[in-house]
Design a protein around this ligand. Structure first.
Ligand SMILES: [Zn+2]
Length: 243
């Protein structure tokens, strides 16, 4: 396609603006994953805290159930002791006494279990306290980090809006056909769509530019793409002196 010096220069200027815009966009895109990581850290501390609380509740439930067992065994022993004098035979008396002894022994065993559970509850409370401290610490840090990130984001968004307005103003004089080619190259993962020819080489892929092709580039009358990477080529000195 036919080209003018001015069109090429406007495209070089546009690429500078696009590059600035891209780097601001990168800053903006980096914020959400960092916010998500903060949330994930806090959620993980919260899960530890919830688990510590649940463990205490579970142990307290177990203790309560053992206490009911003790009360039931004590009640049975009392009831059986009251019945001893009504028994007619020596044999039945002995059987009942043995039963009462068994019930009293069971009470002793369960009380030992209750003491062990109480020790476990004490240990679990210490774990819970540590989990609360960790959670509060993480919560405080993550709140500060979140505020900082949100401020960064808002600042970057403001700069983005300004840079976008400048970019659009710079894009205005670029001929539509040239713009389509430029956009196409950029959409193929090459943000540096227009590159200078430096010492007879493509400024991006470094391939040798033939003298006839270099002469075409220097004339600035037609679009010249690098044979290897397809980027648009321009001669920087000419563009600079003309500007
Ligand atoms: Zn190239």
């Amino acid at each position: 396609m036919a080209l003018t010096k001015e069109a090429l220069q406007s495209l070089v200027a546009l690429q500078e603006k696009d590059s600035a815009l891209d780097s601001i966009q990168k800053e903006i895109d980096a914020v959400p994953p960092r916010l998500a990581a903060l949330e994930a850290d806090l959620a993980s501390e919260k899960r530890l805290l919830d688990a510590a609380k649940a463990k205490i509740l579970e142990l307290e439930k177990k203790k309560k159930s053992k206490e009911l067992d003790v009360a039931a065994k004590e009640e049975a022993a009392r009831k059986h002791a009251g019945q001893l004098n009504d028994l007619k035979s020596n044999e039945a008396y002995k059987v009942m006494q043995a039963e009462i002894e068994k019930e009293k022994a069971a009470v002793g065993d369960i009380e030992t279990e209750i003491l062990q559970i109480m020790e476990q509850i004490d240990a679990a409370r210490i774990e819970e306290k540590a989990a609360v401290v960790e959670f509060n610490k993480t919560n405080e840090f993550s709140k500060k980090d979140r505020e900082k990130l949100e401020a960064e984001l808002s600042h970057a968004q403001g700069r983005h809006a300004t840079a976008k307005a400048e970019r659009d103003a710079t894009a205005a004089p670029v001929p539509p056909e040239l713009m389509r080619i430029y956009d196409h190259i950029r959409s193929r993962g090459k943000p540096d769509a227009i590159v200078p020819v430096i010492d007879g080489h493509c400024g991006s892929c470094q391939i040798n530019i033939s003298p006839s092709m270099a002469a075409e580039v220097a004339k600035q009358k037609a679009l010249v793409n690098c044979d290897s990477c397809q980027r648009i080529l321009y001669k920087p000195e000419k563009a600079a002196s003309a500007a």
